[in-house]
Design a protein around this ligand. Structure first.
Ligand code: GTP
Length: 597
């Protein structure tokens, strides 16, 4: 394609502001798909993504558009993942574009997530076209939202387009604005090949599919390519584009976006952000901004039924084929038997994998307390990374422990600000900034990641009735007074419940854990002490009284069906329990105990 007629853009939007609907409209209007094929949103293509309404894997689509100037244009829409856990992938997709559509719901206005993505987009020197969506809603206030965009983001809205992705209103204007305001890419066709690996995924028919953006040179079938960061070589066997259906093309030139396959078996062999070049005539410099993705949250996954261990290994292997950003290695626990220590980009990522294992692979799992990665400086001068509280060395040999910190930006309506500040304060937060914009507060906090991984996001949403939005990035490790807290049930340590906590929080956390466990563990025929301890010192305790009579006694002998229900419930509970010494602990207890009330 003629480089001056190419437009590469992404869509920035807060969840639910209409990104997928708009993308579908653009595809439909440019003839990518017939109306009858539009029954489902095409860009979000995984079940869980669709159900949760989030976009995980990026997709891209090439649209042919004849503009009002009579010329033919190629528009490449790069979809970006919509969650903070996938920030690096977002940054690479953005780096592959020259501009962005900023979609803002005309009835909701700008949200924190939107802001973070806009700033990133601005950092990539993007031309940003505001699209005020959902103007069909009675509550739409396009003028107010425009003013808010100018005030909050400092973006000129004189070229903003008013649209309704739902009704189709303004979609033609959006296409015209893309051609008019977003610059064409620059690149040299005669220079050595330089292309960015934007994304990769596993396809059962094609093997690993690599999404690329060509910067300079030409990418062709039969070419020997080198991945400069990985240091590997491959032979290109297919070159194509998505419309959104696959179409094979002769080559991809400068500025173009498309895919290649090269007989690669696992996505783990491909790194997002890597530079692809011609092995015979390599480019001198790899692209800037490459980063190795590192999991930040770790937890243990154990099958409830020990016989499922191989099935779990198999399923993790299959998931990993398509998601190189999570890791797993075998781990054994005294009480839970054999399982895996897994690493994730964040809690949402953890939940997605856990859900897929349960749902698609039909596994019953126990998930241990999520933990972040601590740096431990030992007295002997060595440093080690701690991924699992169970591996905590003897405190006598530890010089200092460092924990990861994040900077969080929270955007919240004024009336909930007080409770949000309290939440951050309770989680050892350090307030950095607080500003008011258009009736909303924007507050910036530095927080320890381990205070955020458990339930911070849920708490934030519940105390703000869903109105607060939250975005974060890591800002490095800092020293902290951290200790390992163990939970003992009937005098036995339940290693899956061990956690690293800040000393100042340990008593409250310990008390809370004991109280929760007391509620979650059913009564037994004997008395069960539950204790939280640091080192050898007990800091909290509760006791579950012994079972005196038949459980059904509390139904007053009356209603037979209620009695049966209770017994059934017990039976159901039975198979989802783990035995610790002589005590049965229900599966829910492991995660439920971690949520702070
Ligand atoms: P994520 O995929 O979760 O990031 O959301 P999204 O930004 O892609 O939003 P999506 O396109 O799924 O739209 C969210 C909801 O808003 C859906 O119920 C859409 O039908 C609705 N919606 C999208 N555009 C419009 C619009 O112009 N008007 C109205 N009334 N509703 C819209």
């Amino acid at each position: 394609a003629d480089i001056t007629r190419i437009r590469n853009f992404s869509i920035i939007a807060h969840i639910d502001h209409g990104k997928s609907t708009l993308a579908d409209r653009l595809i439909q209007q440019t003839g990518g798909l017939q109306a009858r094929e539009m029954t489902e949103q095409v860009l979000d293509n995984m079940d869980i993504e669709r159900e949760r309404g989030i976009t995980i894997k990026s997709q891209t689509v090439r649209l042919d558009y004849k503009a009002s100037d009579g010329l033919d244009y190629v528009l490449n829409l790069m979809d970006t993942p919509g969650h903070v856990d996938f920030a690096y992938e977002v940054s690479r997709s953005l780096a592959a574009c020259e501009g962005a559509l900023l979609v803002v719901d005309a009835s909701q206005g700008v949200e924190a997530q939107t802001l973070a993505n806009v700033y990133q987009s601005i950092e990539h020197d993007h031309e940003i076209v505001p699209v005020i969506n959902k103007v069909d809603l009675p509550a739409a206030e396009p003028e107010r939202v425009k003013a808010q965009i100018e005030e909050v983001i400092g973006l000129d809205t004189s070229n903003a387009v008013l649209a309704s992705a739902k009704s189709g209103l303004g979609i033609g204007d959006v296409l015209e604005a893309i051609v008019k305001y977003i610059p064409s890419p620059k690149g040299d066709r005669d220079a050595p090949l330089k292309a960015m690996l934007v994304d990769s995924w596993y396809d059962p028919y094609l093997g690993v599919v690599i999404l690329v953006r060509v910067i300079d040179g030409v990418l062709k079938k039969g070419q020997q390519i080198t991945m400069m960061q990985a240091g590997t070589q491959h032979l290109v066997d297919r070159v194509g584009v998505f419309r959104p259906k696959i179409e094979i093309v002769g080559d991809l030139g400068p500025g173009e976006v498309g895919f290649i396959t090269a007989q690669i078996k696992e996505v783990a062999q491909t790194n997002v952000g890597d530079t692809i070049t011609d092995s015979r005539r390599p480019t001198a410099q790899p692209l800037a901004g490459f980063k190795e993705v590192q999991p930040v949250v770790f937890c243990g996954l154990f099958p409830t039924d020990a016989a499922d261990f191989e099935k779990l290994r198999d399923s993790l292997g299959k998931l990993r084929l398509n998601d190189a950003s999570f890791s797993f290695e075998m781990e054994s626990s005294a009480a839970l038997g054999f399982g895996f220590r897994c690493g994730f980009l964040g809690l949402l990522h953890l939940e997605i994998i856990q859900e897929r294992l349960t749902r698609e692979y039909d596994l019953d799992l126990i998930t241990t307390a999520p933990s972040v990665v601590y740096n431990i400086h030992m007295r002997d001068g060595t440093t080690r990374e701690l991924h699992n509280p169970a591996d905590m060395p003897d405190p006598m040999q530890i010089e200092t422990i460092e924990e990861p910190w994040i900077e969080a930006v929270i955007f919240v309506p004024d009336e909930y600000l007080g409770s949000i500040l309290k939440l951050c304060q309770d989680r050892r937060g350090i307030q950095k900034n607080l500003t008011y914009v258009a009736g909303r507060a924007q507050v910036t906090y530095e927080l320890p990641l381990n205070e955020v991984v458990f339930d911070f996001y849920d708490r934030l949403k519940s105390i703000s009735r869903g109105y607060a939005s939250f975005d974060y990035h890591q800002i490095g490790h800092r020293e902290g007074d951290l200790v390992k807290m163990t939970i003992m049930v009937n005098s036995e340590v339940v290693d899956a419940l061990s956690m690293i906590v800040h000393r100042s929080q340990s008593e409250a956390r310990g008390r809370h854990m004991c109280e929760r466990m007391k509620d979650l563990i059913p009564r037994h025929l004997f008395k069960i002490p539950i204790q939280a301890a640091i080192g050898g010192k007990v800091i909290a305790r509760e006791t579950i009284a012994a079972l005196r009579k038949d459980v059904t006694a509390k139904c007053y002998g009356g209603d037979a069906s209620r009695k049966r229900k209770l017994l059934d419930k017990q039976k159901e509970g039975k198979k989802r329990m783990r035995q610790y010494g002589s005590v049965d602990i229900p599966q829910e207890a492991f995660i439920a105990a971690l949520r702070m009330g």
